[in-house]
Ligand binder design. Sequence first.
Ligand SMILES: Nc1ncnc2c1ncn2[C@@H]1O[C@H](COP(=O)(O)OP(=O)(O)OP(=O)(O)O)[C@@H](O)[C@H]1O
Ligand code: SF4
Ligand SMILES: [Mg+2]
Length: 332
Amino acid sequence: MENLLKVKELKTSFQTLRGEVTAVDGVSFEVKKGEILGIVGESGCGKSVTSQSIMRLYNEKELVKYEGEVLLEGNNLLKLSEKEMRSVRGNDIAMIFQDALSSLNPVFTIGNQIVEAIRLHEKISKKEAKKRAVELLRLTGIPIPEKRVDAYPHELSGGMRQRAMIALALSCQPKLLIADEPTTALDVTIQAQIMDLIVELNQKMGMGIMLITHDLGVVAHTCQRVIVMYLGQIVEEGMVDEIFKNPSHPYTKGLIKSVPTTNTDVSRKLYTIKGVVPLLSEAGEGCRFCNRCEMATEKCRTSKPHLYSMKNEGHRVRCFLYEKGGDCHEAK
Ligand SMILES: Nc1ncnc2c1ncn2[C@@H]1O[C@H](COP(=O)(O)OP(=O)(O)OP(=O)(O)O)[C@@H](O)[C@H]1O
Ligand code: SF4
Ligand SMILES: [Mg+2]
């Protein structure tokens, strides 16, 4: 599959009262046309900063410094002017979040917001655009869309609002959709429905999707490839089947062990990875996972592992255990 997005050595640093903090530290990955790529990791590992950096949503004058490259079909977004970037946000990349209320405008109807978005990049009449808005709402599974198109965001249920936000995101026919924990605020049944909707839209419309989630179960059902992040870096990457069958990084192994399964014995406590994620400012000289890793050696405390390529293509692991092993060799 062809590459849609290629992120190369992305580094995002913030100026804070405690000095400079590098929240994303040398992250490289690709999203191919039409694929759903999952990004997982515990809270604070840099998933949202990665996606917001791709969209360049932070205040660049004061707060943030981006390094590396973010290539959308070969065009480096980090080099665009703010005006050009606005056009990328309106036309090429769309984003959906956990909280639809904060991305929908409370004073306009759902229909008005979709009509505005359509007319920003296509010269069609309001009437025509409203027809399109109704179709988009229908596509996202909103019942009686001819009526709901005139509803205000607060008049819809949480699940319906999430669908309306997806319809709004799709109105510009984006090449890339970034979904940052799109279902976390919803109850389990609605979560599953929204995830099914995202997969269906990916199949119908063929856009690339970056799906950020805490939930490995969601990744298993939805994504083809997955990236595991820890403290601002990628620690493992590969095809979903491969990662679930053959998780290699001790952190990924821990994450997978801590997912409840249908045959988990409820009387037994679920596995949890010991310790907590350290602060970014505490990341020392060695492997960032070494204070929690049961396999850590002296070397892990003093030197940094690279991402090493495993036998299966595209499977990469940042851990010294795979530095030389059998078929493994260091990634370029
Ligand atoms: N605007 C900011 N200024 C300074 N530090 C920030 C800023 N935004 C995020 N960070 C820091 O960057 C790190 C990564 O945050 P991020 O929001 O990407 O985590 P996450 O993986 O999305 O977590 P969650 O699963 O909780 O959403 C955190 O340590 C956070 O404190
Ligand atoms: S490099 Fe060492 S500390 Fe880091 S994950 Fe591998 S074994 Fe554990
Ligand atoms: Mg986040």
